[in-house]
Design a protein around this ligand. Structure first.
Ligand code: ADP
Ligand code: MG
Length: 265
């Protein structure tokens, strides 16, 4: 069996590959030593390939490994594979890996260039949600967000223009959380707050993606990373923002496994 592991800041993404069959698994990065024990105990005869920020650490503790890859190269290889499988044949695109933080890349079928990063990502979603609502379960957070409404929290362009004609779409966010002081704070419940946090993360990374796409002369932006997982609110905000700006947002199924998959390719 071949095993590809992307050991990230928050999650360990694992791909098991045997007899042309693939199985995906995720574990919290806090359980990295448990995974290492499992691999040393049950998978000493298997081929293990590593990537991600914690790959070096795993490399030191594993009895044997077959290779390590630079995270950005592995992710690109895995992403191209998933795009081919999902019949997404865009030649030139920007992709965003929305993990704990976010990294931005411009790519074509020849390769990728990492063009930047932002500390705003899934870790921001988790951290701000905890501070604002005391919730810390990802599944609970994304589920609750769907029941919220961020209209009272965010300041929209049409709020500022107050009924007058707007030079850009009035529904765009003028300031994330910018309406809190003028809004009715008592009416802002946990679902609203979390939805606003997701809005902040989604709009920040998408705005950067849109600018990079413009500079790279493409209209296609590809999103990967566990922050999109079951995150309907995030996906809807990304799609709506992209629509307003005339770009195509592509959300890759199993995209969070790009690195793990690429590591064993
Ligand atoms: P990294 O490679 O930095 O570990 P990921 O692409 O795995 O990043 O994304 C991590 C983010 O995914 C978290 O910050 C969180 O927002 C989200 N997430 C999705 N599922 C989970 C989960 N089960 N537990 C914790 N965070 C999760
Ligand atoms: Mg990652």
């Amino acid at each position: 069996m071949k095993i590809g592991i992307d050991a990230g800041g928050t999650l360990l993404k694992i791909v098991y590959f045997e007899n042309e069959k693939r199985r995906f698994e995720k574990r919290p990065s806090s359980e990295i030593d448990l995974l290492i024990d499992d691999l040393n105990t049950y998978h000493s005869a298997d081929e293990i390939y590593l990537t991600g920020g914690k790959a070096e650490y795993m490399n030191e503790k594993l009895k044997q490994i077959h290779g390590t890859s630079v995270e950005f190269d592995a992710t690109y290889r895995g992403l191209i594979k998933l795009m081919q499988e999902q019949n997404l044949s865009i030649k030139r695109f920007v992709y965003l890996n929305v993990g704990t933080g976010t990294s931005f890349h411009q790519a074509d079928w020849e390769g990728q260039t990492r063009v930047g990063g932002s500390g705003v990502g899934g870790g921001t979603l988790m951290g701000l949600s905890k501070l604002l609502t005391d919730l810390d379960s990802y599944d609970e957070i994304v589920k609750l967000a769907a029941a919220g409404n961020r209209d009272e929290i965010d300041l929209k362009v049409h709020h500022i223009y107050a009924g007058r004609q707007t030079p850009i779409p009035g529904d765009l966010t003028a300031s994330n959380f910018g309406n809190v002081l003028t809004g009715n704070i008592q009416d802002m419940n946990n679902a609203d707050k979390i939805q606003a946090v997701i809005g902040l993360v989604a709009e920040t990374v998408t705005a950067v993606g849109i600018s990079l796409a413009d500079g790279f002369e493409t209209e296609d932006i590809v999103f990967i990373g566990s922050t999109l997982l079951n995150n309907d609110v995030m996906i809807e905000i990304v799609r709506r923002y992209a629509d307003l700006k005339g770009v195509n947002a592509h959300i890759i199924e199993n995209g969070e496994y790009s690195g793990a998959l690429g590591a064993l390719l």
